[in-house]
Structure formats: structure tokens, C-alpha cells
Design a protein around this ligand. Structure first.
Ligand code: ACM
Length: 542
């Protein structure tokens, strides 16, 4: 009988300013101003690195405004086109997109090359003057993130799809901004319940605004196999046919997956596929008898936790041939650097077998040109120099193994259950929001916000932390609106921890900036949780 963490889960509970800106360059003569006036960080999540308001200065987008871009910067045109397309419906302005002409100042918004080394590949410099808005960056990603900031600074009615009265103003001033971490991910579990391509695309739309740059798709688990693999049709025909409670079966064809990769890429987000093993593999085992030690395919698993047929047959060569074929195909479909191989909760696998399994899998991942990512359990069982481990359950982590691995080059991503798991309920007694789990405790918005990635695991070198992740497992997520309720507003909290300097961390400021997101969500169909911790403005109706 599998004695897994799942059983433990079932047994219940563990349990200025944005200141802007500390470090900010607010000149003494121009004190930072209150929320809602001048260039206030009051509306921007994640908090920028620094903001310098220009009091009394306001930019207004006009019917004759132009969006210009520097054609030397690859993809700048795409960023400009997308931004113009977002602005046109509500403003009703034509907003032509044109290449910049050296020496010619066009009225409107310009996307420019060259922001100085300090902002790196994803950062930007934003200057809002009375007659122009300039976003400068070293790469198109920085332009894209500058645009996300500007979208938050515009009146929320910009989200409407019919022409609205202006004015379309932006508060004057300058922002210098770049991420604390290069890895800011959201995990979406499409295995426990399947989410269609349009459903995932909408999630990409909504999380990209918060500068999330990796979409980690949990593609396989006990309850479902969600990606078609050539030569193994039963994985999706059988393994993809159902989900928790017998609901929401389905799978991505390889073209569907390519479409998601491309859509994410257009949002400057890299897809990370996760193929689970050696545990969480009931769906694969149900699909192919030969993947089972006894040669008998077990039934499909539609319960929530604790499949007795979770673990692959580690002693059979076919298991590794299967994984080689799957990983080869998934790697070929995935332009990003990472391939996640799971590795969590293999509690019935002896340590030495677990280790040799992972070493074989790591060799396969490397053979197909990818870097191995896995859950925290992989630390100590893989080559640390080629491993990124995602810490998910700090209470159970092998601190020594993680510290040793990080000392030998392993990178760490932080998603501690008690702060970052979006599938937990917000609180115990909220009948309006019954959705979610509670095995890791209740996570209100402030709990999602108040943590520091580099102290999650004692004894590690903070430099080994490359970022954060906001996982949304979907055992108890049955409908698409529930995704929104669970992710918003907690995902923006995790996004801020991943992007903003620790010095800007301030709950009071975050709370106010979060309130300002509400109208944007109302108008873009994001059905968020109206946490009582936040002074939300009245709902906007579409
Ligand atoms: C996990 O939640 N088992 C990674």
C-alpha cells in the first residue's frame, strides 16, 4: 500500500511605500506622493524598483497619438502592435504603429532600444512626460514589461471593448525597473482536470500582466495524461479520457501544445512541460500494460489522492524506452530550456532505486538538450550542477540534501505550500468561496504575500535561488471560474515576490495597489476573490 504524502494530505492539516521605494531616487524637492496622484506606484504590481514622480506633469493619449518602435530591436514591432490593439477598442483612436525615425519626435508612445546595463534583459526605463511616453529596454521583453506597467497606470476603462470617453492620462515621472529573479513561474495542473487551449490562453493573458515569465504545465499525473505522444496513442485515448471525479477528460494534440508554446511566447512566457515520474503515473500505467511490473494495466484513477498504482515499474527496460520516447518528443516540441520530470512523493520507492531512476532520466533529459527541473525530492539524487529543484513543502524537505545540492551548483525555485499554493482555500468559513483544499492550511492574500524566498530553506546560499513559482493544482478545481478565484489575487502576490526588490516589500502598499487591480479584472472577466483584507473599489460591470 502506498504510504504517500497524499495520504498525509488526506489526514489533513499542517497547517514609502512601495517605497518605492527604498532605494529610490526620490529627490528631496519632490517627495513621493500619495496613492492616486502623480506617478504613484499605487497602481502597479509588481512594485517597480524605483519611481520618480514628476508632480504636475500629465501625459494624455490623443486621437493623433502614434506608437513608434525601434526596428533594430527584434520583436519590438510585435510589442507595439499588441499594445496598440489593446488600446484601440476603448480609446477609439487609430494609434498607428510606425518605425521610429531618428531625429523625429512623434507624438505618443515610443518603444526604444537602450536602457543601460542595469536593467538587464527584462528590465525597462519608462519616462512619462507631458508630450510623450518613452519605454526603453535592451530586449523586447523589457519593452513588453514596460507596456504592462503602462497598462496598469491607465484608467481601468481602457479594458472595455467599446469606445469610452477619455481622457486617457498617465501620471508624469520616471520608472526604472527590472526583476529580482529571472524565473517567475505559474504551474497549471492540466492533469487532474483538463483545461482546454482557450482556457489556458486566457490564463496566460491574465498572468502575463504580472510579469510571470514561465508557464509550467503539469501534463501528466495519476488522473490524466494530457499530451499526445506519437507511437503511444493509448496515453491520451485511455489515460487522457477522464479526470478527478470522472470529469474534464481531454488532452492536447502536439499542434495544440505548439499553439500554447507560441501563445505563451508572444506573452514573453516560456512553457515548461512536466512529465511526472516515478510516482504520479497511474494514467500511463492504465494506458499500457507493458509499463506495469506484472504486465497488467490497472484501472484508471479518478479519486483525488492516493492511487495504489502510482509508481512506474523501475526494473523494466521498457520504462526507460518509454521515457526516452516521451522526453525526446516533448523536448522537440518545447523551445525553452527546462523539462520538469516530477520526482515528488515517490514514497514507496527505495532511495537507491529512486536515485538510479533519476540519474537515468537526467541523462535522457540532457541527451535531448534540456535542463532537468524537478520537485524538491530530486535534490541529492541528480547531478546538482545540472539540476533545478522546486521547493514545495518546506516542513518535509531534506534540508541537508538541498543545502549540499545548492553548494554544488543546484538552482532552487521557491513555492512553499503555506504561501504559494494557489489551490488552498483562502479561509475556513467563507461560504461564497467554497473552492480549494486545506491540507497545507488556509492562505489569505496576506499569507501569499508575506514571505521571503531566500529563507524558506535554512542553510542555503541565497544566490542559489533563481526564482519563485505559484502552483495551481486542480484536484478540487472543477470549473474554469474557480481557477480565477484561486489565482487572483494571490498570483500577483507571488509575482511581486519574484520581481520586486525585497526592499519594496510592504503589505500596506501592496494591499492598496491590489485594490486598484479589481476594476481591471472586473472588465476582463477575471472572477477574482474579493478578499476582506482588501479595500476593493465597487465592482465594474461589463
Ligand atoms: C506536489 O505538490 N506534490 C509537488
Amino acid at each position: 500500500m502506498v504510504q504517500s504524502t497524499n495520504d498525509r494530505r488526506r489526514s489533513g492539516g499542517l497547517f514609502l511605500v512601495l517605497a518605492l521605494v527604498a532605494g529610490l531616487v526620490v529627490p528631496a524637492a519632490q517627495p513621493a506622493v500619495a496613492a492616486g496622484t502623480a506617478l504613484s506606484p499605487a497602481r502597479v504590481i509588481p512594485a517597480p524598483v524605483s519611481v520618480r514622480p514628476a508632480n504636475g506633469v500629465t501625459f494624455e493619449l490623443r486621437p493623433w497619438s502614434v506608437l513608434s518602435y525601434d526596428p533594430r530591436l527584434p520583436r519590438a514591432r510585435q510589442v507595439a502592435d499588441d499594445f496598440a490593439a489593446q488600446l484601440r477598442p476603448a480609446t477609439g483612436f487609430p494609434l498607428p504603429v510606425v518605425p521610429a525615425v531618428p531625429g523625429l519626435a512623434l507624438p505618443g508612445i515610443s518603444l526604444q532600444l537602450g536602457a543601460g546595463g542595469q536593467v538587464g534583459e527584462e528590465g525597462y526605463q519608462l519616462d512619462i512626460a507631458a508630450d510623450s511616453v518613452r519605454i526603453k529596454a535592451n530586449r523586447a521583453a523589457g519593452l513588453y514589461y514596460g507596456v504592462q506597467t503602462v497598462r496598469q497606470l491607465l484608467p481601468a476603462k481602457v479594458e472595455r471593448t467599446s469606445v469610452q470617453p477619455g481622457p486617457w492620462t498617465l501620471p508624469g515621472g520616471s520608472v526604472t525597473d527590472y526583476p529580482r529573479y529571472g524565473y517567475r513561474s505559474a504551474v497549471l495542473d492540466v492533469a487532474r482536470h483538463f483545461w482546454t487551449v482557450p482556457e489556458v490562453k486566457k490564463y496566460i493573458d491574465d498572468i502575463a500582466r504580472y510579469k510571470i515569465n514561465y508557464l509550467h504545465l503539469h501534463l501528466t499525473d495519476d488522473q490524466g495524461w494530457r499530451l499526445a505522444i506519437t507511437g503511444w496513442p493509448r496515453l491520451t485515448e485511455v489515460g487522457g479520457s477522464t479526470g478527478v471525479g470522472g470529469e474534464r477528460g481531454g488532452f492536447f494534440t502536439q499542434d495544440d501544445y505548439r499553439a500554447l508554446v507560441e501563445y505563451a511566447g508572444a506573452h514573453f512566457m516560456t512553457v515548461i512541460p512536466e512529465i511526472e515520474g516515478p510516482a504520479h503515473a497511474n494514467a500511463a500505467r492504465s494506458s499500457y500494460a507493458k509499463l506495469n511490473c506484472d504486465g497488467v494495466a490497472p484501472p484508471l484513477f479518478t479519486d483525488i489522492y492516493g492511487s495504489p498504482n502510482s509508481t512506474l515499474c523501475l526494473g523494466k527496460e521498457i520504462t526507460y524506452e518509454f521515457l526516452d520516447d516521451v522526453i525526446r518528443q516533448v523536448a522537440a516540441l518545447t523551445p525553452g530550456p527546462y523539462l520538469n520530470v516530477g520526482g515528488d512523493e515517490a514514497t514507496d520507492v527505495p532511495k537507491d532505486q529512486y536515485r538510479s531512476y533519476l540519474q537515468r532520466v537526467q541523462a535522457i533529459v540532457a541527451k535531448y538538450g534540456k535542463k532537468l527541473l524537478g520537485w524538491q525530492e530530486v535534490a541529492g539524487s541528480t547531478d546538482p550542477a545540472r539540476t533545478t529543484a522546486q521547493i514545495w513543502f518546506p516542513e518535509e524537505v531534506d534540508q541537508q540534501a538541498v543545502a549540499d545540492a545548492s553548494k554544488h551548483g543546484a538552482k532552487l525555485v521557491m513555492s512553499p505550500v503555506e504561501h504559494a499554493y494557489l489551490d488552498m482555500k483562502y479561509d475556513e468559513n467563507n461560504p461564497a468561496y467554497p473552492v480549494g483544499q486545506f491540507w497545507a492550511g488556509y492562505i489569505e492574500v496576506r499569507d501569499a504575500y508575506d514571505w521571503e524566498p531566500e529563507t524558506v530553506v535554512p542553510g542555503i546560499d541565497g544566490k542559489s535561488v533563481i526564482g519563485v513559482s505559484a502552483p495551481l493544482f486542480t484536484e478540487l478545481v472543477f470549473e474554469r471560474p474557480d481557477i480565477d478565484i484561486l489565482a487572483f489575487p494571490r498570483l500577483p502576490a507571488i509575482a511581486e515576490i519574484g520581481w520586486s526588490p525585497a526592499a519594496t516589500h510592504d503589505w500596506t502598499s501592496f494591499r492598496d495597489r491590489l485594490a486598484a487591480q479589481g476594476p481591471h479584472w472586473d472588465l476582463t472577466g477575471v472572477g477574482y476573490y474579493r478578499s476582506p483584507q482588501i479595500a476593493w473599489p465597487p465592482r465594474e460591470t461589463r
